[in-house]
Design a binder for this molecule. Structure first.
Ligand SMILES: [Zn+2]
Length: 263
């Protein structure tokens, strides 16, 4: 073999090897970044440690969620007209993701609610098992969070509690996309009729709170429906088995806040 060719091969090989080496270093760095503690629902990164782990979060603020809603301590207001659910029967789900904390359905822009004369758009729906909010100390098997954003980024979350009973067609639909592995997303692009969530007694509690996951941002309008929806034990179990065990944040102090009962 010509010495020039040998030299070229040797050079090429050494460049390839060094490229591989640098790739390895980058890869190791990524692994290292992943090793930085991230919040979770158990062990050293459980909710009671969120304020330490998430340095610039509001997790140790004074207006945190969830809370235990004690009905006799609420202020009753005849203000059901503050909330208008403007979903259409053709609300479009774009995808479902398992983000490692919950199962989350993302929505196309469009469907909205009107709350205190402001429009908030439905962004996503996710679940907690068991519930995060308690009503009169009662923990429910499931809580659904319907997260809405207005044009300036202000958040209104509707919390719907779930009680075990007959099968729910809506949950059958949601769960038809399960199982889904952690970190994975599935495209859906299908219509969903969410009206079954709002047919019952529309009385609700409202208060100013926070996101129930880091960064626990405050100034969130919370609307928690008084009447739970009904779903089957099997539907609760299927959802539970696709999420981290006990993916709820512990009860937060009410402090100076007023909780309203909108009847
Ligand atoms: Zn939530």
């Amino acid at each position: 073999m010509n010495t020039k060719i040998v030299l070229v091969i040797t050079l090429t090989l050494s460049i390839l090897i060094s490229c591989n080496d640098s790739k390895k270093i980058v890869h190791l760095n990524n692994d290292h970044q992943k090793a930085i503690p991230h919040w979770s629902y158990s062990g050293e990164t459980a909710p009671e440690h969120w304020a330490e782990i998430e340095k610039n979060s509001d997790c140790n603020g004074k207006q945190q969620s969830p809370i235990n809603i004690i009905h006799k301590d609420t202020d009753s207001v005849p203000a059901k007209t503050d909330l208008k659910i403007l979903y259409t029967p053709t609300t479009l789900i774009s995808e479902v993701e398992n983000n490692g904390h919950s199962i989350q359905f993302d929505f196309e822009a469009g469907d909205s609610i009107n709350y205190k004369n402001e429009t908030y758009y439905l962004k996503q729906i996710h679940f907690h098992e068991p519930s995060e909010h308690k009503v009169n100390g009662i923990i429910y098997p499931i809580e659904m969070h319907l997260v809405h954003l207005n044009k300036t980024g202000k958040i209104t979350v509707i919390g719907i509690l779930g009680e075990e009973g007959n099968e729910s067609q809506l949950f059958e639909f949601f769960e038809s996309f399960l199982p889904i592995e952690t970190g994975k997303t599935k495209d859906i692009h299908q219509n969903i009729d969410l009206s079954s969530l709002f047919l019952e007694d529309k009385h609700y509690y409202s208060y100013g709170g926070s996101l129930t996951t880091p960064p626990c941002s405050e100034s969130v309008n919370w609307i928690v429906f008084k009447e739970p929806i009904i779903l089957s034990v099997e539907e609760v179990i299927k959802l539970r088995d696709n999420m981290p065990l006990n993916n709820y944040r512990n009860e937060q102090p009410v402090n100076e806040r007023t909780i309203y009962y909108n009847y």
